[in-house]
Write a protein that binds this ligand. Structure first.
Ligand SMILES: Nc1ncnc2c1ncn2[C@@H]1O[C@H](COP(=O)(O)OP(=O)(O)OP(=O)(O)O)[C@@H](O)[C@H]1O
Length: 276
């Protein structure tokens, strides 16, 4: 493994509930290398999204980070405040969530949404912004001449492509993807992830990837972490995890993949390429 770009150490996240604090993430530690795709698997409620939101500093009360450290490319993520935190998001880390419609403003043209993001990061020349937007849309397979359309004029898959283009605009080091394709049909899901795989190969960003689809995860991720009741109980390559699971829970989790899916590591070779 190369030098880690992200280091998470002993991360603890609590939720304040009427019955007191509940620990949803318990001393979770892991690294992600530059350009690596790390998946988080585990049953619903095991803490995957809570980890992802904490890393992106998107957690809000009643969630509180109560321990540990997060370091991304030399930045102490938990120390970031205010303007510094806003500048860090998009530039060093970006997030792609399940619903593109929630990420995009329905009453603003796509070009205006790119412009807002660029302006917030000091890129203010109109021609420059339009050129960059055109390049980014092109990169995810959307014709640049559609940049002045509204989000509802695109299909769900295209909207998610636009969100991914925006997430990559400032060349972040890490992209957090929490169920990025869940709302899309199976064919579009795969197409989109193949594109993300090709883009990370080209651009070198790392991905923290969360999905309930273990088959998809095994094809897209270099390594997978398994979470159970707030703890990271196992972390290895999908192939090693299936061949020699260290925990009984992991074995049962992988055994749940329907046999119709391809075996881990067998298909979509392009997804497995290591960035240069
Ligand atoms: N707002 C909240 N208040 C209290 N507890 C919460 C809140 N949000 C989440 N939790 C609890 O935190 C734990 C972890 O939830 P989290 O959403 O991170 O799990 P997950 O693995 O991402 O689940 P899913 O796969 O369903 O998204 C769960 O026990 C959940 O009940």
């Amino acid at each position: 493994m190369t030098e880690p770009i992200l280091s998470v150490r002993d991360l603890c996240v609590d939720y304040a509930t009427p019955n007191g604090l509940t620990r949803a993430v318990k001393n979770v530690s892991f690294d992600i290398s530059a350009g690596e795709v790390l998946g988080l698997a585990g049953e619903s409620g095991s803490g995957k999204s809570t980890v992802a939101f904490a890393i992106a500093r998107l957690h809000r009360p009643p969630a509180f980070i109560t321990g540990g450290s997060i370091n991304l490319a030399g930045t102490d993520v938990l120390a970031l405040q205010g303007r510094e935190l806003r500048a860090w998001r998009w530039r060093d880390l970006s997030v792609v969530l399940q619903s593109a419609m929630n990420a995009l403003n329905p009453v603003l043209r796509v070009s205006a949404q790119f412009a807002d993001m660029f302006k917030a990061h000091g890129i203010t020349t109109k021609a420059d912004i339009r050129d960059r937007t055109a390049d980014l849309l092109q990169m995810v397979g959307i014709k640049p001449d559609r940049m002045d359309d509204y989000p509802h004029q695109f299909s769900g898959g295209m909207r998610q492509r636009i969100v991914i283009a925006m997430a990559l605009a400032l060349r972040p080091k890490l992209v957090v993807m929490d169920e990025p394709t869940t709302a899309l049909d199976v064919v579009v899901q795969r197409e989109l992830l193949e594109e993300v795989a090709a883009l990370r190969h080209k651009l070198g960003f790392a991905v923290l990837f969360i999905t309930h689809d273990l088959a998809l995860m095994s094809q897209f991720c270099d390594r997978v972490g398994v979470m159970l009741r707030g703890q990271l109980i196992e972390l290895s390559t999908p192939t090693a995890m299936v061949a020699e699971p260290q925990q009984d829970y992991t074995r049962r989790l992988w055994a749940s993949i329907p046999p119709l899916h391809p075996k881990p590591g067998e298909t979509l070779v392009r997804m497995k390429e290591t960035p240069q």
